[in-house]
Design a protein around this ligand. Structure first.
Ligand code: ADP
Ligand code: 5GP
Length: 238
């Protein structure tokens, strides 16, 4: 593939869908991969728009036919990205964004080390809990069990942050959108080899601040709120 492959992951409720929807508005030449999943559609989701919704049997047939770039079991359902999505983006000369979980990111980075991966963190465990509750209320689903499970799952996912290139703390939405834009445009600039204009230089500087190596001080207290110790997380680093 000739374009840039971006991977974005986050614990459920961190605001990833909100950020990705914002990105759709202002980034051009970027395709958004539509995954296949065996989970049931939720709310207003439509087949072929948010996901391709298929049965376990169909998914397993696609695994057998080697159609997936990566796939994983997430919360008891299969989710996967097909190789054809990459081919399609390359043919159109577009960059591609994958919204996938931490297991998917590992598989893609191993196959495509040039991919740019971004991990979104909530500002704290307390804020994540409040966002999960808010979303449940708006969807009219009230289950303490689901919220507890998502928070436990979040802790495990956060332990994978060292595998990512960039870390984005989704505190104030507007600022997060600006940072995400800086990362995407900054990577395009770096890879273009062209000298940056003063405006473009600002993107590069903003993106640099979100590089994992420059975020470690800022994420210490977030990791602590999830009971993820800093050294433990670092030990899993490649
Ligand atoms: P995810 O896709 O990561 O599961 P969502 O995008 O559905 O998360 O966001 C979870 C909830 O948090 C939603 O109710 C959303 O409106 C809210 N939210 C997202 N980003 C922010 C933010 N920066 N500040 C406050 N609330 C947010
Ligand atoms: P949801 O069911 O809330 O839409 O997504 C649950 C999780 O599955 C999210 O973390 C999302 O990023 C992840 N996911 C969505 N599509 C894929 C995919 O194609 N591959 C993998 N590995 N994870 C995915």
């Amino acid at each position: 593939m000739s374009g840039i492959l971006y991977i974005i992951s986050a614990p459920s409720g961190s605001g990833k869908s909100t950020l990705v929807n914002e990105m759709r508005k202002w980034i051009q030449h970027l395709d958004f991969s539509i995954s296949y999943t065996t989970r049931q559609p939720r709310g207003s989701e439509q087949d072929g728009r948010e996901y391709h919704f298929i049965s376990r049997g169909q998914f397993e047939e696609m695994i057998g036919n080697d159609e997936f770039l990566e796939y994983a079991d997430v919360f008891g359902n299969y989710y996967g990205t097909t190789k054809s999505v990459l081919r399609h983006a390359a043919e159109q000369g577009k960059d591609l964004l994958l919204d996938i979980d931490v297991k998917g990111e590992r598989q893609v980075k191993q196959k495509m080390p040039d991919a740019v991966s971004i991990f979104i963190l909530p500002p704290s465990r307390k804020e994540l809990e409040s966002r999960l509750r808010k979303r449940s209320e708006s969807e009219n689903v009230h289950s303490e069990e689901i919220i507890r499970r998502r928070l436990d799952e979040a802790r495990k996912e956060i332990e994978n942050y060292p595998n990512y290139d960039y870390i984005l703390i989704n505190d104030r939405l507007e600022q997060s959108v600006d940072r995400l834009r800086a990362i995407v445009l900054g990577e395009r600039l770096k890879r273009s080899g062209k000298p940056p204009s003063p405006d473009e230089r600002r993107y590069l500087e903003a993106a640099e601040k979100s590089l994992k190596a420059n975020m470690e001080e800022k994420i210490r207290s977030i990791l602590a709120s999830f009971d993820v110790s800093f050294p433990t997380a670092i030990e899993t680093q490649r």
